[in-house]
Design a protein around this ligand. Sequence first.
Ligand SMILES: [Zn+2]
Length: 390
Amino acid sequence: MEVILSVPFSYDAGGEVRRLLEDFRDMVNFCISFALERRITSYARLRKGVYGEWKKRWDYSTHFCHSACKIALAILKSWRRRIRRGEAKSEKPVARKLFMQLDPQLYRFYGGRIRISVKPRKFLFIDLKYGEYQRRFIDAWREGSLRTGEITMNKTKIIVPFKKEVDLSNPRDWIAIDINESNITAVSSNPHILRVDNNLRTIHTAYFNIIRRIQRLKRHKPKTAQKLLKKYSGRRKRRVMDECHKISKKIVEFAKKHNMGIIMEDLKGVRKNIHYGRMLNRRLHSWNFRKLQSYIEYKAKLNSLPVEYVNPKNTSSLCPTCGGRLAPKGHRLLKCRCGYEDDRDVTACLNLLRMRGAPLPPKALNEAKAERERIVIKSQLSDNGYLPSR
Ligand SMILES: [Zn+2]
């Protein structure tokens, strides 16, 4: 199967790139008008119809015409859908943002550089800025294990999709991962228990408080508040993403070392269907567990490890060994009449293993000599120095 990872690179759009982006936007708007006036919805007809006039107006490579037609039709399609739902006005849609999609025939990727074919024998070279994260993709691309697909660029970023063909292995074992707001636990049948201590909760609490303080400032200094809000929301997002990358990396490294497939909870709809208290709700919504799952999934697949999702229903209320109802015992412990006893997170993982049909560890894990490992992800929060005082 093919795994695609979209990797953003920053760049400085010089005058020429800027002009190209503006011209491309004009081309898209031209195609939109053309298609609307003649009620064209098919790509082939629009391409054929528009070409003569397009050629008169612009002297770019023909591929830009294809790309503009494609984007114009996509904009029209979503505009019609919004009209059907009553979400858009009937005035014709206009492309306002500067952005462009280029298929592999229009650009060439050189690792740290991109060459765009503007017209026959005329090229634009763009230097990409990249950090450690992007560099790993470039290295893998140089070795030939990744291919690049259609790139998207706007005035600050170029997004390069890297494609990899992977054969998912037949794993020796399975490891189930329970993600909850304070900790992440993984249990496998061989048996291993892995705890990943992380800072997601601390990050969210810290930024929740920061943002609340900024909102109080809004009444007196709306402009300052808006500026601060933008700054700190962006910073929170980057911290959370960074943390999710670290966590998923540790988990996948562990699974890879022991050749294990990954089982996770199918959390689609969980946030919609359950009415939590207000505080918990806020944390769940800001917490991005789907993002963490998707990071684990693509990192696993890049390492040829299969990933499966199972329904998380009853994973923390039924006994994983006999199926009986569990009773709470103290703070986070659960016990069963059959003698099973372990904490909530381990229990949830064992139930995920059971639902996948993976073998369970021989005995209750607190009796068996499960190999318990703890991974601590360190990071520090240092935002408080710059805050508006209360
Ligand atoms: Zn039991």
